[in-house]
Design a protein around this ligand. Structure first.
Ligand code: R5P
Length: 279
């Protein structure tokens, strides 16, 4: 039985089309803005799908109170599927006194849920903060299928070394070469970005990352590829967090920008519903 939270309402139609059984749940807001949920179905096992984009904190609290309500209804086993996990980038202390925010979120979710599945979590090592079973859901199948024809015999690049595994997963499905950009310090004031050990001249290139926020990373990479003679430049990311104006800025710099539907945006053209239901 599937429970769809407010943060995943945009996926409802596709989930229903897939023929899964939806729980009967009421979700609304009190006049003061607090959330109210009520679970009317009963059963033994349930999977809550809740994406945690803006309003992030509200979507996290809703996942918690849905868990509480489901336990109250006697559900014995609860899974939580999170298309976009908020706070995932706050995964280390950089200044004394800061929290590891993603740890706090995962621990809180662990009070109610036995299993946690996150689509393309920013840092897979953070899944260990969840007290139960936790796993990453890769968007590689969805992204590679979307770009297969457009990319042809092209190459796949990650904008930095940290995203290399993402580029590799997509490239392997397409049977293409992959690499990543590296940053080299040329002088105290100049840092140069270059793709490592790969020739982009005359080739179609797909740049893959987990998150686009301001778009700065992707625009810089795309401009460099153009200077180096790349043919067509495509950009894909799992989570379109998009700061104000970012879609337009990235869109202008590349041949196509497409993200998955973990967060609903005007360019969320790649569906991960198949992947989150295939658990
Ligand atoms: C960073 O660690 C992430 O993986 C993305 O590369 C980053 O969030 C992109 O940010 P922006 O779009 O602001 O350059």
């Amino acid at each position: 039985m599937i429970v769809i939270g407010s943060g995943a309402a945009h996926l409802m139609e596709e989930i229903v089309r897939a023929g899964v059984e939806l729980a009967n749940v009421e979700i609304k807001k009190f006049p003061d803005g607090e959330k109210y949920v009520r679970v009317l179905s009963s059963g033994e096992e349930a999977t809550v799908i809740q994406s945690m984009y803006k309003p992030q904190d509200e979507n996290i609290v809703e996942a918690l109170i849905l868990g509480d309500a489901l336990r109250g209804r006697g559900f014995d086993k609860l899974r939580l599927v999170v298309p976009y996990l908020a706070y995932s980038r706050q995964d280390r202390v950089t200044k004394e006194g800061e929290p590891v925010s993603v740890r706090a979120v995962m621990k809180a979710l662990g009070i109610y849920y036995d299993e946690l599945y996150v689509v393309d979590v920013h840092n897979p090592r953070t899944l260990r903060f969840f007290p139960g079973k936790a796993a990453n859901i890769s968007p590689a199948r969805a992204i590679s299928e979307y770009f297969r024809e457009k990319l042809g015999e092209g190459i796949v690049l990650a904008p930095d070394k940290g995203a290399r595994e993402r580029a590799k997963a997509v490239a392997e499905r397409l049977g293409l070469e992959f690499s990543h950009f590296e940053k080299r310090r040329i002088s105290p004031t100049e840092v140069r970005m270059r793709p490592v050990d790969i020739d982009v001249e005359g080739k179609n290139v797909l740049i893959v990352d987990d998150i686009i926020s301001t778009g700065g990373t992707m625009i810089k990479a795309a401009n460099l590829l153009r200077e180096m003679g790349a043919k067509r430049v495509f950009v894909a990311a799992t989570h379109g967090v998009f700061a104000e104006g970012a879609i337009e800025r990235v869109g202008k710099a590349v041949d196509e920008l497409a993200v998955t539907n973990t967060i609903p945006t005007p360019v969320s053209r790649i569906s991960i519903v198949h992947d989150i239901l295939g658990l």
